[in-house]
Design a protein around this ligand. Sequence first.
Ligand SMILES: Cc1cc2nc3c(=O)[nH]c(=O)nc-3n(C[C@H](O)[C@H](O)[C@H](O)COP(=O)(O)OP(=O)(O)OC[C@H]3O[C@@H](n4cnc5c(N)ncnc54)[C@H](O)[C@@H]3O)c2cc1C
Length: 395
Amino acid sequence: MTAEKVFDVAIAGGGIVGAACAWACARRGLTVALVERDVLGSGATAAGMGHIVVMDDSEAQFALTRYAQQLWQQMAPGLPGSAEYEQRGTLWIAADREEMEGAERNAAWYSERSVPCRLLTAAELSKEEPNLAPGFAGGLLMPEDAVVYPPTVALELARRAQELGASLFVGGAIKGLGQACLVLEDGREVHANRIVLALGAESVQLRPDLPIRKRKGHLVITDRHPGFVHHQLVELGYLKSAHNISGDSVAFNVQPRQTGQLLIGSSRQFEEHAAVDQRILSSMLARAALYLPGIASLSAIRVWTGFRASTPDKLPLIGPDRTDPSLLLATGHEGLGITTSVATGELIADMLTDQPSAIAREPYLPARYTHTDRNQKNEEKHEVDWSHAGIDDGV
Ligand SMILES: Cc1cc2nc3c(=O)[nH]c(=O)nc-3n(C[C@H](O)[C@H](O)[C@H](O)COP(=O)(O)OP(=O)(O)OC[C@H]3O[C@@H](n4cnc5c(N)ncnc54)[C@H](O)[C@@H]3O)c2cc1C
């Protein structure tokens, strides 16, 4: 079927990152194949929270998330209602005076970079979110942060790519990377001049040498309780060790869905098994009840886990592979891949068409990792420095 056709680019993985790459490449006039083993928008995309958030952990993280947020804003009016895009804003909650000082520093930092934000006093915080426990010091409101339903967006981006001529190979599990081709388990081959690897946390299946580790997260969704919270609520004190259980961590993070349901997160564990961990789940829910006492009386209807693709420096791998320049990586997005998917698509399409990008591409280039880094990881010596891959990788 495809043995004779050679695409300009074949994208491995139809999560939100692969779909965003497909749409961006198709818009540039490239012939595109998008290959997904399951359904489009599965993987971490189906397991994620859908918080479109600007983060300030580093200038590079900020540049990518802010660029992405602006792309989401441009895209929002054209998204279908089922994408559930809502500019809810994030409310970062300061538990005490020390955290409030951190919020003030963050506000100054964002203001210097022209990102709208507003500090809230304790009284203003309670007024915005009456169901919060009393006694918090205040908060930082980021009004341009948003919420989406990620699997629907992935489908929409793939649909748009297809409308522009992209070929979708859904149900085709890739078993290997051949010479300028993807080799599927059923024996088919998808040939292309360039390959984009966008398999999220599963990227190591095809390239075990990549500096990526699976980072498990739990989410809980409740019954419908419209108006219980109005913003995405996240604790500012996620670095405090109080909620760090033997290297695993939980943080208060609650999202209002358009359906009136609440999505409750979040947890992080370097762990490969998908099973729900009761100890982490209880700790996560206890943390949520500390901030929102009324949440304990709501009915939870489903709990699930998903895997983030974590890199040691908390930045994704976007660009040519060191060993095979015909291969581009679009992976390692950890807890920010819904947000940064659309920016990743643009960067990949810029690279493939030799165009300049809206932001500097260097911080995300896979070339920042040496062969030695990769081999050490591959041999499980764990000499890649993972110590910076903290809870603040995303939300
Ligand atoms: C609990 C949790 C909460 C999160 N919350 C947020 C959030 O609020 N905001 C945010 O920005 N990010 C969030 N994230 C991160 C975000 O979900 C991911 O970074 C993002 O979905 C990564 O997308 P992807 O397309 O790279 O990977 P995936 O979505 O995992 O897609 C990879 C695709 O490749 C396919 N695939 C795998 N192997 C093969 C194969 N051999 N052959 C063919 N296809 C294959 C899979 O089926 C899958 O569809 C969260 C993640 C988790 C786990």
